[in-house]
Design a protein around this ligand. Sequence first.
Ligand code: NAP
Length: 277
Amino acid sequence: MQLIDGKTVSQAVKERVRDEIAHDGLKIGLAVVIVGNDQASRVYVNNKKKACEFCGITSYEYALPEETTEEQLLELVDTLNNDGKVNGILVQLPLPEHINEKKIIEHISPMKDVDAFHAVNVGRIMIGDYAFLPCTPAGVMELIHSTGTEIAGKECVVIGRSNIVGKPMAMLLLHENGTVTVCHSRTKNLAEVCRRADILVSAVGRAGFVTADMVKEGAVVIDVGMNRNAEGKLCGDVDFDGVAPKCSFITPVPGGVGPMTIAMLMENTLRAKKLQS
Ligand code: NAP
């Protein structure tokens, strides 16, 4: 069994982005909008800021109070859509309940939608002609590539069908000619389906969900889950100690998929700049 080191792979992606920006002398800006005081969101936003600094991207942070109205947020998005210094716009989710997330996302210019959540970008992912890749699934693809595993023709099982992880993940694996099965809470014989997987990606959000009996000998296992265990420690969906001995490659949590998401955001911001040039 070999560990897939997300810190090393994500560092390589950020260095690639940094070197290209420096080489081409690009001026790139990313606007990060956060509404309210969600502590986890604050941590993510700070990490995004640090990654921007590393890559040579200017980050513009808009920290708005909890009581910000939908109207005010739409106005800010308008301003950022029209601001030539801003190449990418990221509105940190979740938003407070009184703001319609879908409406805000659909208001971001698809050319600046570095999260790839806008329906136009989601549609492009479906047809395989994408400007931006959704950050977390794109990060998973980088991790799989880093192992040298060929995806074409392999049985790939994705557990989870959310719009931000499971569905786009399945699409990216399909574009690389994997034979893809998507599982969810209504899937029958889940363990049996998972045992077919040469590549198993879990994005459920439940600690200890994937156990050794669900994993084929020699599988590549990617754990997208970010959960807290009974002791409050960050952990994934996979029972790591039980599953790891059966795998050819496995991601740890933390230090697996997590660092990749921000690295891919940096790459998308660079892509946005190129699209707009
Ligand atoms: P989500 O929207 O809650 O989706 C979870 C999916 O898991 C759903 O499709 C659900 O099925 C499925 N599921 C739930 N219980 C199941 C069961 N018993 N059997 C089979 N499938 C089941 O979550 P998400 O946003 O995709 O995120 C998933 C996990 O990834 C979370 O832990 C999240 O924190 C983590 N995450 C990590 C990163 C990162 O950067 N590392 C980024 C994004 C998300 P139904 O559709 O049938 O309900």
